[in-house]
Ligand binder design. Structure first.
Ligand SMILES: Cc1cc2nc3c(=O)[nH]c(=O)nc-3n(C[C@H](O)[C@H](O)[C@H](O)COP(=O)(O)OP(=O)(O)OC[C@H]3O[C@@H](n4cnc5c(N)ncnc54)[C@H](O)[C@@H]3O)c2cc1C
Length: 229
């Protein structure tokens, strides 16, 4: 029987691996490659700050796993891995639900010969009290879109009001590459929104406050580069 390689997680690592294995072993029928992801489409995580600011429409930049599999000789299975039985070489996938909570796909098992787990990571809040409860993290497309909806709601509320001096304050925890890029995108968005007529919040009234535990912004970037920025 053909060797079955199951890759769980179609992120930066898993998607690349499935594509490469598909183009080689899959195409030559030397192995069958199965990619599993909890979502139907991939979005490149380093773009999430643009989704949050509204400068990128995530639907335009997503990659559909089914189509990618068809073009690159791997199979895609939708589902969130919820268990692993190493003795039987099986993974368990939780039932996939539609938007209304109805069952799209039932809970099921998937057999493997080789298993790659590439489910990524989530932001470390370093145990900061209140962070998990009150911050919007930027690990997933849903979170980025939620932030964007909240920001737009502020603008729409201000637009419906009478005050020409409305303000919006956004605190960004972490002034690494993502935090700094997000601040820049938001600054840009403030000008765009005003230009499109949502001008009850003037660009100078969007207050963006990145916070950073290190001595300067972009602490991971060498000093000689920072000096030029
Ligand atoms: C906002 C942001 C900006 C970034 N900017 C940069 C950058 O500029 N440069 C850079 O090099 N890196 C950047 N990174 C980091 C980079 O995105 C990650 O290092 C990279 O995505 C990790 O790849 P991965 O394949 O390990 O996981 P991910 O890309 O996170 O993919 C994990 C996948 O697993 C799926 N998954 C998770 N759990 C399950 C489960 N139980 N069952 C099935 N599927 C599951 C998810 O749906 C997802 O598709 C950034 C990250 C973020 C969040």
């Amino acid at each position: 029987m053909t060797h079955r390689i199951v890759i769980v997680g179609g992120g930066a690592g898993g998607l690349e691996l499935a594509t490469r294995l598909g183009r080689t072993l899959g195409k030559r029928k030397q192995a069958s490659i199965v990619l599993v992801d909890a979502n139907l489409t991939h979005i490149w995580k380093p773009l999430l700050h643009e989704v949050a600011a509204g400068s990128l429409n995530s639907s335009e930049d997503e990659l559909n796993y089914v189509a990618q599999g068809k073009w690159n000789h791997f199979e895609f299975q939708l589902g969130r891995m919820s268990g692993l039985d190493r003795a039987r070489k099986m993974i368990r996938l939780a039932a996939a639900l539609d938007e209304d909570g109805g069952e799209l796909l039932p809970e099921r098992e998937l057999a493997y010969d080789s298993l790659v787990i590439a489910v990524g990571s989530t932001t470390n809040d370093f145990g900061t009290a209140g962070a998990a409860d009150h911050c919007i993290f930027l690990d997933t497309r849903e979170q980025a879109e939620r932030f964007h909806r909240q920001m737009l709601s502020h603008y729409l509320r201000a637009h419906a009001g009478k005050n020409d001096d409305s303000r919006i304050s956004i605190a960004i925890v972490g002034a690494g590459a993502t935090g700094v890029e997000l601040a820049a995108e938001l600054h840009h968005a403030a000008h765009e929104l005003a230009a499109y007529g949502l001008d009850r919040i003037q660009p100078q009234n969007m207050r963006i406050t990145p916070t950073e535990a290190g001595p300067r912004v972009l602490p991971a970037i060498p000093h000689r580069i920072i000096r030029r920025v």
